[in-house]
Design a binder for this molecule. Sequence first.
Ligand code: ADP
Ligand code: MG
Length: 471
Amino acid sequence: MTFTDFNLDESILAAVNEAGFKEPSPVQKEAIPLILQGQDIIAQAQTGTGKTAAFGLPMMSIMQGNNGVEGLVIVPTRELAMQVSDELYRFGRHKGLRTATVYGGTAYNKQIERIKHASIVIATPGRLQDLLRSGKITLNPAFVVLDEADEMLDMGFLDEIKDIFTYLPESRQTLMFSATMPAAIRRLAEEILREPATVSITKKESTNTAITQYYYVVQEYERDDALIRLIDFKIPNKCIVFCRTKKEVDRLATHLNAQGFNVGGLHGDMEQRQREIAIRAFKQGGIDIFVATDVAARGLDVNDVTHVFNYHIPFDSESYVHRIGRTGRGGKTGEAITLVTPDELRTLKRIEKDVGTKILNETVPTRNDVQLNRTDGLIAEIAETEISPDAIELVKTLQHQLDIVTIAHLLASKLLVTQEIKGKDKIGFDASEIETMIRRAMQQRGNERGRGNYRGGQRRKSHRPKQRRHY
Ligand code: ADP
Ligand code: MG
């Protein structure tokens, strides 16, 4: 199946081709025909599966252009507003469909001015409610989209959203998109949608199989060492490291910087401008490692993120899904790596069950593993290197005094000198140790069912085997 099988507008189709999209994703296959037929829909599909185009392409196909604001897209964060705006603009520009973004923290006037010339408004709930309530703008869109609806409810925007709908026309097509479908979302859907069709990409399809998921069991104090060792071993192109708190983001970013990595931090307390600068640097490659909190990185769509690290495991499975969805995007593969302490194994198992995919256990590579890996890489690199005239001259000169094998050894030593690997050799627990721990944790879970997690955690401590040292 290709995009030409849908009844999309010619100019939209041209833009899809330019974007290099070949085959529609599962959610696009199901949602696009329904939206073209004029249906309200509620669609559930994992992050990174192309939901923006799923609503954007049919909506923009139907739009007229030059006809005021025809589409309103409500998104949880400023970053997402910009991102969705970029993506929609890209698809709609041949048709002359302009986009305007609306979010807090910037001047009203400019935004209002841009809305006047736009066909599609992409807005965060707070500022949009402001504008509508104060009468600064009125909107009469034919399409209203709630994008990342679960995120918006998580962020406490339910009241704003309900209020916003009181300012919108009754006769409209409403589209709701969400990565997860908790009860609160279903209730909201009943209120704002009219006889919606449900698009639910089953777990198996919707689990982004392009993402391989691993976990590593370490002691609390080993997190930094394990993270650095894994970065050294996996050699990510770009990666995001998720932390729980702003403080941890700052500390870890500083620490990684000191280790010589190109690191940027991202959290909710940063000023909007700073955040934009950081995100741009990450997109353009000036920063390779982004240390971020959940909220700050919601929905972030950066190409070529090869690895997502959970420095701490998130508590709920929905955050886990959102976090790992930052990699494996747009048909590329990715790895999601979670560090857990023995105490956190139960959380991991719960998430694994909720998400419905296997999270594979691995042991943190030793120094030797990293060395071997690098040697392999180096050998491949050497094999691909072209011999330069200067190199031939250099070897000729060296040959006056040294034999060829010695020269080779000297050059190789010089290459390897910068490659010292830091940290102790063995970090964390190995497979058989982890197996025992899981068994114990699952047993305990049986015994403690119904009791608070926290107390369970406290009690377990006294049963735990003495800490092993591996020097
Ligand atoms: P979601 O909203 O489900 O998280 P996005 O709409 O942000 O996903 O899409 C993720 C990435 O995949 C974007 O970079 C987008 O351009 C790309 N993409 C979307 N649909 C396709 C497709 N059919 N083929 C290739 N890439 C796609
Ligand atoms: Mg999206």
